[in-house]
Design a protein around this ligand. Sequence first.
Ligand code: EPU
Length: 302
Amino acid sequence: MRIEDPKIVAALPDLGVQLKPGTSLAELTSLGIGGTTDLLQINKHEAIPDLLNLLDAQGVPHKFLGGGSNLLVSDGELPWVVLQLASPTPDIVLEGNFAQVDAAADLGRTVTFCAKNDLGGMEGLIGVPGTIGGALRMNAGAYGMQIGSYVRQVKLYRAAARKLETLEGDQISFEYRHTSFAPDDMMLAVKLELPSKPYREILKGIRICNEKRRASQPLGQKSAGCIFKNPPGASAGRMIDELGLKGLSVGDARVSDRHANFFVNAGKASAKDMLALIADVRERVEKSFGVILEHEVVVWNA
Ligand code: EPU
């Protein structure tokens, strides 16, 4: 979708919003799939309510993009504009055991920056692509930890109330790959409380997680991480593997040979290919195991 309304175009500079016309979402997502639309880059949180009021008043549909690492976007010209936060400098500020982190900060860099300052706990998330905001919204987790355990405060834009709000950790519920945030809430910043640990010790944990991940996941390939959530007490990857579906393809969308719950873009996969592959695998798992797999990947279907 193109922003042509002169009222919006004229207001953007004052709001500190940068318009990037005709942006390819394939270039902003780890799957390398997605059509084109106008991107609005937000440089100051305070401008968000005015920006969204303006877009709503002019009837411009929009979506919030984080790091694009857990996202499957439709092909072609997209029927909404995309909003993305620019990362301020510095994007991580430490005070004792607290880390105040901007939502646009890179997750991996946050883990290592905190580690170098003797703050641990997030070792399991090393190697998970994306931003802190995305990790927060999904309650990202791995190797027995989840980010929600460390969240003490969240600054967000509440779309329903149309205002910026600050929530305390105990006002938010964090479950397996799920949080109590509304789908249209926009994460802006988070305060984490992390346990003190010597850097050397954290580094050992980071190395172990890195090795495990390298051995079991297709890290060099374009993917969105795990496609399905694990059903209670079971592993989606193991079920798909047991059905012999590694390597199953629709066009260039392919079930990874390394981890069956990772679907990779092996070349020029379209969203249509990937969605067809997801539907096929889901159906086969349901037929054989009687289990309906739930998407972990977020799908923006136009
Ligand atoms: N397995 C297979 N074949 C496969 C994949 C896995 O037999 O192709 C078996 C493994 O051998 C193991 C079991 O299934 O016995 C579980 O596999 P793994 O340890 O890889 O964990 P997972 O349940 O598949 C989860 C998360 C990952 C996270 C890892 C490590 C979900 C959906 N997946 O995977 O998170 O990195 O544990 O903690 O919760 C993600 O969220 O995108 C993600 C990749």
